[in-house]
Design a protein around this ligand. Structure first.
Ligand code: SAM
Length: 258
C-alpha cells in the first residue's frame, strides 16, 4: 500500500520504482517514514540519514529522496549477499531512481567490527559536508539477532539528533521471534527512548517496523501520525514498555464479535 508522503520525488519513486528495486521493506512503511522525514525538515530538524542493511537500495532510495541540502545518506552493508553484484546494483538503482552519487555513501563491511567513527568517515572525507551534524533518521535492517541488533543500536545512538528517529525492521517477524526481546531490554536500559509507533507488516517479506524516538520528542510525531494516517490507525493502539504506541496498519480492523 502506497500513501502520499508530501514529497513529490518520493511519491513518484513509490509509485513507479520501489517495487522494481529488489528488497524487503514495504511501500506502506516507506510512505510513513518518508512523511516523517519530510516533517522533520518542517520542524527544523536537520541531519544526515543512515541505514544498516542497505542491500540494493529499495528503502535507502526512499530515505535519500528526502535529503535536504547539506545532508547525506550513509548506507552500510556487507554487500556480499546473495552475490558480489549487490553493491553495483545499489549504485545502478540509485542512479535510475534519482538519488545522485554525491548525495550518498556506501560503506562495505560488517557492523560487527565498526565504530561510530567508521560511520562518520565518508562525511569527514567531504569538505562540503558537516561530519558533526547528527543523524536524524536511522534505519536498522542488518543481521537479525540479539548481538548484532545491540551493536547496531550502540553504533546509532551516539550519532542521533535529539529529535531523531531510529526505525527497526523485521520486528514481530515469525522468523525472528526473539528480536523484540532485544528491543524491550534496550528500551528498559534507555528510559529516555520509547517506541513511538509500530508500522504493521504488509507481508511476511515486508514485516513490521518499530519507530523509536526520545520520550521528549514524541509530541513532534505522535499527534501528526495519528491525524495524517487516521485511516490506517489500529484503534486499540499498543503499549510498549508502558508507553502508548501508535499502530499503523494497511487495513485496520478489529475482530468481529457478536
Ligand atoms: C533484509 S536485507 C535489507 C533489506 C533492505 N533494507 C530493504 O529494505 O530492502 C538485510 C541486509 O543486511 C545485511 N547485513 C547482514 N548482516 C550485516 C552486518 N553484520 N553488517 C552489515 N550489513 C549486514 C545483508 O547483507 C542484507 O543486505
Amino acid at each position: 500500500m502506497i500513501l502520499p508522503t508530501g514529497n513529490p520525488a518520493l511519491d513518484a519513486y513509490l509509485r513507479n520504482g520501489y517495487a522494481a528495486v529488489r528488497g524487503m521493506s514495504s511501500a506502506f512503511a516507506a510512505s510513513i517514514c518518508g512523511h516523517m522525514i519530510r516533517r522533520q525538515g518542517e520542524h527544523g530538524i536537520r541531519g544526515h540519514l543512515a541505514e544498516i542493511g542497505t542491500f540494493e537500495g529499495r528503502f535507502f532510495i526512499a530515505l535519500g529522496l528526502g535529503l535536504a541540502p547539506g545532508e547525506h545518506a550513509i548506507g552500510v552493508d556487507v554487500f556480499t549477499w546473495p552475490s558480489e553484484r549487490v553493491l553495483d546494483n545499489l549504485h545502478a538503482n540509485c542512479a535510475r531512481h534519482g538519488l545522485a552519487r554525491d548525495r550518498y555513501s556506501a560503506i562495505k563491511g560488517s557492523t560487527a567490527t565498526m565504530t561510530t567513527d567508521d560511520l562518520r568517515a565518508p562525511l569527514r572525507a567531504r569538505a562540503d559536508l558537516d561530519p558533526d551534524l547528527p543523524i536524524r533518521f536511522f534505519h536498522i535492517d542488518g543481521e537479525h539477532d540479539d548481538t548484532h541488533l545491540n551493536k547496531d543500536l550502540a553504533l546509532a545512538l551516539p550519532l542521533m539528533h535529539e529529535h531523531g528517529l531510529i526505525v527497526l525492521d523485521d520486528m514481530l517477524h515469525p522468523a525472528y521471534p526473539g528480536l523484540v526481546e532485544t528491543v524491550h531490554t534496550w528500551l528498559r536500559a534507555h528510559p529516555d527512548w520509547v517506541c513511538l509507533a509500530i508500522l504493521d507488516r504488509e507481508d511476511i517479506v515486508a514485516a513490521a517496523k518499530y519507530v523509536l524516538c526520545r520520550r521528549a520528542s514524541v509530541h513532534i510525531y505522535e499527534k501528526d501520525l495519528l491525524e495524517t494516517f487516521a485511516a490506517n490507525v489500529f484503534p486499540m493502539g499498543s503499549d510498549v514498555e508502558g508507553h502508548f504506541t501508535a499502530v499503523l496498519t494497511p487495513h485496520p480492523r478489529l475482530a468481529e464479535v457478536d
